[in-house]
Write a protein that binds this ligand. Structure first.
Ligand SMILES: [Fe+2]
Ligand SMILES: [Fe+2]
Length: 247
């Protein structure tokens, strides 16, 4: 069993508002007992500058567990890699396989540079297939990326979701070891199914996107809704249970 927190879309921009909201999340996660990891599903910086990633490192540093990060459309590969992962600067996809408490996390790059929508490139899908083929254990796998590969029925988000998702669905159909898919980008805590697996969208830190049925939805985004996190438990039957909190 593994218990991990999931935060997303910090959009750190060196202004006090985004910084304070990220600090609030970290302060809520830091005292948790038996937390195995914190997953951050992209848009970690707002403009992808090196000083923004310096501040991100400082903000996440108090977390005493492994922090798994992946890029979103506001991040910039050339600075994200050096700033958060100690990698040389490169414009290539940042895909990582990380094992925490016997669970393999495949952290994928769904970014199309300089665009808001996303897709998994051929290189990333090939990497994912090779990573699944090359696993040593037979424990569950969590797949994570920034852009949701499914319609969430919020038109402004659906336009910029992850497209070409049929290829990922086809890959996952033959891979029952993938227990769930986790993402961000939509700035709303949401769940649905993708390829028969749970798809969980982590709540946004910097803002919350409103569903058209909600009062005030003409403004699309509620800046006043509090930042939130998802607390995921993947149990020994590889069943994912998710609790959502606002702080
Ligand atoms: Fe975002
Ligand atoms: Fe995004």
């Amino acid at each position: 069993m593994i218990t991990f927190a999931h935060i997303s879309d910090l959009h750190i921009d060196l202004r006090e508002r985004a910084t304070e909201r990220a600090r609030r999340l970290v302060a809520a996660l830091r005292p948790m007992h038996d937390l195995d990891a914190v997953l951050v599903t992209g848009d970690i910086a707002d403009h992808g500058t090196a000083p923004e990633y310096d501040l991100v490192r400082e903000l996440l540093e108090p977390l005493r567990v492994p922090v798994l990060v992946l890029p979103g459309n506001h991040d910039v590969r050339e600075t994200f890699g050096p700033g958060l992962l100690g990698l040389p600067s490169s414009g290539r996809e940042i895909n990582q396989a990380v094992t925490v408490a016997g669970v393999d996390f495949l952290l994928c790059d769904s970014v199309i540079p300089r665009r808001s929508d996303g897709e998994l490139s051929d290189a990333t899908l090939n990497w994912m297939k090779a990573a699944l083929d090359g696993r040593e254990g037979d424990g569950p796998v969590m797949v994570a990326f920034h852009h949701p590969p499914a319609v969430l029925h919020i038109p402004t988000i659906d336009r910029i979701r992850q497209h070409g998702e049929q290829r990922l669905a086809g890959l996952l159909k033959a891979r029952p070891e993938v227990a769930a898919v986790l993402c961000g980008h939509a700035h709303t805590a949401a769940t649905t199914l993708f390829a028969g697996r749970p798809l969980v969208v982590g709540p946004g830190c910097v803002s919350t996107t409103l569903h058209p049925a909600e009062p005030g939805a003409q403004n699309v985004v509620s800046p006043d809704a509090p930042p939130g996190y998802a607390l995921h438990v993947l149990d020994d039957e590889a069943r994912l249970v998710t609790h959502f909190r606002a702080v």
